[in-house]
Design a protein around this ligand. Structure first.
Ligand code: C2E
Ligand code: CA
Ligand code: CA
Length: 493
């Protein structure tokens, strides 16, 4: 037998302890220890591996889910904007210039679909549009949903006619569901496109340009594709500039009020004037109201400007009164934006009282578009009554320039209607003359004064005299004039 001998020195009495053990007894124990350790290590590794696999599995699942959320549009099941941007970037990496065009189509009045049929139907519509788009794009092209009801397309086309034709085909395909529908409901689309002339361009800028084109369309372009043009960006920049310049322009009194006389046809003398604003910019020179009024209307800045003009008119009227002039009403344009503030009349009253302007000398011109907002009708009616109570007159401006309704005359107690110059542009047609004649007759019955606007020729004057229009405003008598020149025109100086 193999034995293992060990000895240990014991302090006591300098003894040694000898131990004899059979060798296999020890190796058995060691083997057990080795086996045990091995099993523990293997188990731990296995556990770690299992954990690792589990983690990888969860990670991959989550990643897939996140990718799905990011790259698949939740509502339509099609490509999301994020995926569109990534794919487009990849495609443009190897593309030469002018190869691709990015287009956007936007459903007109989509909110109306949601409102009338519910948002589920709205979602269904979006899903349907996406399906149609997907079957209309070719291999190597993209279709995705952007925000809300915008759909982006990347088409491998560079000719405007080809792009227009393809978008028209897509829209026709979308509306094809009407072939079997009992009550056809046509979808109209705003469309914008940008031919990518620089493949290195940032995708955000590309999409911005497409959107700019889409939003910059004119009314007559409602159903055609508008292609991005450098001027769009220039215009936006210019608009931004004008907005930024407004506060200092008001402070520096760069705005000047011009007066355009209204002539009483029966008496043949001036019976009023309209105040029209002019912007004299130290750097840009004279800026036309057409360039800044619509812009300031968009953001409410117009209210500040209207107040400025109103105050300027009061100041000048006050001066004329002190000079002992025989005064007549001056009208001031009032933007529809004022009606958003229920107490807007107060500020006008305060200014008029401040300058002690006699009642009846100030007239407020409201454009006919104000009167069509259903919710606003009661508000407008109330405000017209309030204007009268406070001593202002009220006129209905640009009558006939849009969808005028004779109902307006019945509903609203205005003192004057101003017939838009469009009525008098083609007086050769008997029908056109009859319409004007009847309107003037009707106004007379309703005891509403009439002003013909934009009158330029003696022929128009003769006709207006014959049908007894009360007043005329137009280049025939005078263009809008600065206060001093206006005073001369009236004969005060
Ligand atoms: P509006 O109120 O219809 O003013 C009449 C416009 O027709 C004026 O243009 C005037 O110069 C022009 N006009 C007058 N007679 C003739 C004519 O015989 N032939 C032609 N072709 N045009 C004539 P303006 O001054 O450029 O003003 C344009 C528009 O800007 C105004 O149209 C008005 O809507 C708006 N506007 C002007 N000043 C103000 C203001 O102080 N406040 C607001 N809210 N709008 C203003
Ligand atoms: Ca006016
Ligand atoms: Ca007008």
């Amino acid at each position: 037998t193999q034995l293992i001998l060990s000895y240990n020195y014991l302090e006591t009495y300098h003894w040694f302890l000898l131990t004899l053990v059979p060798a296999d007894l020890i190796s058995y124990e060691t083997d057990r220890y080795i086996m045990q350790t091995f099993a523990i290590v293997a188990g731990t590794i296995l556990l770690f591996l299992l954990l690792l696999f589990a983690l990888l599995y969860i990670y991959r699942n989550n990643r897939r889910r996140l990718e799905h959320i990011a790259f698949v549009d939740e509502v339509t099941g099609g490509m999301s904007n994020a995926a569109f941007r990534i794919k487009l970037k990849e495609m443009l990496k190897s593309a030469e210039k002018n190869r691709y065009t990015v287009a956007v189509i936007n459903i007109c009045n989509f909110k109306l679909i949601n409102e009338s049929f519910g948002s589920r139907e709205g979602d269904k519509t979006l899903r349907y549009c996406m399906e149609v788009l997907q079957r209309n794009v070719r291999k190597g092209e993209l279709a995705a949903r952007g925000e809300e009801d915008n759909f982006f397309l990347c088409l491998e086309e560079n000719r405007q006619e080809a792009i227009t034709a393809r978008l028209q085909a897509v829209i026709a395909d979308i509306n094809s569901f009407n072939r079997t529908a009992k009550n056809p409901y046509y979808l109209f689309f705003r469309q914008g496109a940008y031919l990518i002339d620089d493949p290195q361009m940032d995708i955000t800028i590309i999409q911005d340009r497409v959107m700019t084109a889409c939003l910059n369309r004119q009314e007559y372009e409602e159903n055609t594709c508008v292609f991005y043009d450098f001027h769009f960006t220039q215009r936006i920049k210019q608009e931004h500039e004008l907005n930024a310049m407004l506060p200092s322009a008001l402070e520096n009194r760069d705005f000047q009020v011009y007066f355009q006389p209204k002539v009483n046809l029966r008496k043949g003398k001036v019976a009023g004037a309209e105040a029209l604003v002019r912007w004299r910019n130290p750097e840009k020179g004279m800026i036309s109201p057409e360039d800044f009024i619509p812009l300031f209307e968009k953001n409410g800045n117009i209210c500040k400007l209207d107040c400025y003009v109103f105050e300027e008119v009061c100041r000048i009227l006050d001066q004329w009164r002190k000079e002992g002039r025989e005064l007549f009403p001056i009208s001031v344009n009032l933007s529809r934006q004022h009606f958003k503030n229920p107490d807007f009349m107060e500020q006008f009253v305060e200014i008029a009282v401040n300058y002690q302007i006699p009642k009846g000398l100030l007239e407020l011109e409201l454009t006919e578009s104000i009167f069509f907002d259903d919710k606003g009708i009661a508000l407008v009616r109330e405000n017209i009554d309030k204007m009268h109570e406070l001593g202002f007159k009220c006129s209905l401006d640009d009558f006939g320039s849009g969808f005028s309704s004779l109902g307006l005359l019945k509903e609203f107690d205005v003192d004057t209607i101003k017939l838009d110059r469009r009525f008098f542009m083609d007086m050769s047609k008997p029908k056109a003359r009859d319409v004007v004649e009847c309107l003037i007759e009707l106004s007379r019955r309703l005891k509403v004064q009439t002003v013909a606007e934009g009158i330029e020729t003696g022929e128009q004057i003769e006709f207006l005299k014959r049908i007894q229009c009360d007043m005329v405003q137009g280049y025939y008598y005078s263009r809008p004039l600065p206060a001093e020149e206006f005073e001369k025109w009236v004969g005060w100086r």
